[in-house]
Design a binder for this molecule. Structure first.
Ligand code: ZN
Ligand code: ZN
Length: 135
């Protein structure tokens, strides 16, 4: 069982199944919503995440272009996960919100064509995709 929380602790969740996979995203959207150069997220087994506190604090921003809505804590602003637009049980959870070891390691870099100019992509041997990994 993996658990996690936002910065203020108002939102808490638990994930009952191991993460399916994880990766780094260097897209401009992730840079803006995190204020950092890249975002590490893990795909969960659909339906395996349960919000145990603070459901009412969660807000989601829909980019309006078919992209996954971005969910966050409305009290502290912590990015929590993104949500598949048609299948709300499919989430990509921000690894930085996990308590301790998420049990998965990021295995790729995507949207590297948009990577921040001020931070080199680490030379970690992981595959790099100019656009979405799934594209
Ligand atoms: Zn919070
Ligand atoms: Zn991104």
């Amino acid at each position: 069982m993996v658990t996690g929380r936002c910065l203020c602790g108002g939102v808490r969740y638990e994930i009952s199944e191991p993460f399916e996979a994880a990766g780094y995203c260097h897209c401009t959207r992730c840079q803006r919503r995190t204020g950092s150069a890249a975002s590490a997220s893990g795909r969960i087994v659909p339906g395996s995440l349960r919000v145990v506190a603070g459901e009412e604090l969660i807000r989601c921003w829909d980019p309006g272009d078919g992209g996954w809505p971005k969910c966050f804590c409305s009290t502290c602003g912590s990015a929590l996960w993104s949500r598949h637009p048609e299948e709300p049980d499919r989430l990509s959870v921000r690894l930085g919100t996990v308590d301790g070891d998420p049990g998965v390691r990021p295995a790729w870099h995507q949207f590297v064509a948009y990577a921040a100019v001020w931070e080199p992509i680490p030379d970690d041997g992981l595959p790099r995709f100019p656009e979405s990994r799934s594209a």
